[in-house]
Design a protein. Structure first.
Length: 417
């Protein structure tokens, strides 16, 4: 029996759409199976500068630009009591090429990407839930259920899993490892009437650090701001309160957020989502490649998710394309994809892990650009995938200083709250 498709993709989010576009650019026959009907709500609204080269390569930048999303030139990190803040200015960087990013309503943004994949010739079937998959010698099959409740099967040379936090294939193969101590919960919604920064800093994301939790404030439009609270699941449980009451209490006791929300009104319902960082032990196996959150998920404090999802999807699709051309089920390039994706994620992870410690915060909030260290941090947090020697040693040096700060106060000790 002939394969009907070269590649089946599970999920039509940014990772699935990126993989579909990339494969269509190489002329592959692609089927995208997506359980929802787009446009659909999704969290993950603040993008990074290094999304831009991917938009260009997919040929979708004009459509994104035409949608008029909010420009993001920097990321501000604030103490909850307003005593201190610092700003990462993406244009300030001897090591980065892309000075700004965008803030997006994901319903609109994801729909642009998925429709673009369709325009490039991918077959997209929405309201179609993948229920199982199997790798069988010279092909892979995916079983799926359509809106009318009927079951079907498709057959291809390769399967790309872009199912997001559903982590479809890795869950079935029991490959997921959670990062210890990073089981968190997020409570969030959209608000009008929030007072955000204007001028050059308009469009900046605000990350507000509390003792054991943090807020995001993401301006999406002139009068629409996404606000979310992220806290440890255990802390949340011990409060024994409804999520919205926890959110409101946290706002009331966090002057940096409270003062900006004096006249705020909720314009969406409140959402609650578990936010558990995890990695999958392998990202590739015979005829299967995992991309985006289905490859691994990390705490969103540095807004890395969509950029990592699209970057991994583009690379993942390229190695799949090459494997099909070589008529192989597994290649060295697929293994290299796994290695480099984990490395890229790992670079963010070292910042995320340390961000929750006091000594890191003390240096991060009182930055010195001696030896252009801030420029190197800027470049990693802007999402640059490759590391040069110039950025590598500066980061090592920075984390060395963090290690020393734990033992001797290099920067002024500060309380977090
Ligand atoms: C609280 C929180 C805040 C975040 N904030 C940010 C942020 O500010 N910036 C940022 O960049 N990232 C952020 N992220 C991360 C970001 O949301 C993800 O990294 C990003 O959406 C990953 O894209 P993806 O395409 O891999 O997955 P998704 O966008 O989740 O897409 C997966 C798609 O697969 C579909 N699907 C799943 N299972 C099946 C199935 N069995 N059959 C068919 N279809 C299926 C789903 O319906 C979905 O549309 C945040 C995440 C959380 C939890």
């Amino acid at each position: 029996m002939q394969n009907s498709w070269d590649v089946i993709i599970i999920g039509g989010g940014p990772a699935g759409a990126t993989a579909a576009c990339t494969l269509r650019q190489s002329g592959r026959k692609v089927l995208v199976l997506e359980k929802e009907k787009f446009p659909r709500f999704h969290i993950g609204e603040s993008l990074l500068p290094y999304n831009r080269p991917i938009f260009d390569e997919l040929g979708v930048w004009d459509k994104i630009q035409a949608a008029g999303f909010m420009r993001k030139r920097g990321a501000q990190f604030w103490m909850g009591d307003g005593s201190m803040h610092t700003r990462l200015n993406f244009s300030r960087g001897s090591f980065t090429e892309f000075p700004e990013a965008i803030q997006v309503e994901r319903a609109k943004f994801d729909n642009i990407l998925l429709r673009h994949a369709e325009e490039l010739g991918a077959e997209v079937r929405e309201e179609t839930l993948v229920t199982s998959h199997a790798v069988e010698g010279d092909h892979v099959t995916a079983q799926f259920r359509t809106k009318d409740g009927t079951d079907h099967e498709a057959r291809a040379a390769f399967l790309i899993d872009a199912s997001g936090l559903n982590n479809f294939t890795a869950n079935r193969e029991k490959l997921r490892d959670y990062y210890p101590g990073h089981k968190k919960i997020a409570i969030f919604g959209h608000y009008s009437g929030v007072q955000m920064t204007d001028g050059e800093e308009k469009g900046d994301i605000l990350i507000v650090r509390r003792k054991n939790s943090w807020f995001w404030m993401i301006p999406l439009e002139d009068d629409k701001v996404s606000i979310g609270l992220v806290l440890d699941l255990e802390d949340f449980k011990s409060l024994k309160q409804e999520p919205l009451a926890v959110f409101d209490d946290a706002v009331a006791t966090t002057p940096t957020v409270r003062d900006r929300m004096t006249n705020a009104k909720a314009i969406t319902q409140g959402h609650v989502l578990s936010d558990f960082s995890y990695t999958n032990r392998t990202l590739v196996s015979d005829r299967v490649v995992r991309v985006g959150d289905a490859a691994g998920f990390i705490d969103p404090i540095f807004s890395s998710g969509v950029m990592l999802a699209m970057h991994s999807a583009q690379r993942g699709a390229q190695v799949v394309n090459d494997a099909i051309a070589a008529q192989k089920t597994m290649t060295f390039a697929m293994k290299r994809y796994e290695w480099s994706t984990k490395k890229h994620v790992g670079r963010f992870w070292q910042f995320i892990e340390k961000f929750y410690t006091k000594h890191f915060a003390q240096l991060f909030f009182q930055p010195s650009n001696r030896f252009r260290m801030v420029c190197a941090i800027n470049c990693v947090l802007a999402g640059r995938p490759e590391m040069t020697f110039a950025t590598w040693w500066r980061l090592k040096f920075f984390f060395g200083l963090v290690w020393i700060q734990k033992r001797f106060a290099l920067a002024k000790p500060i309380e977090i709250g």
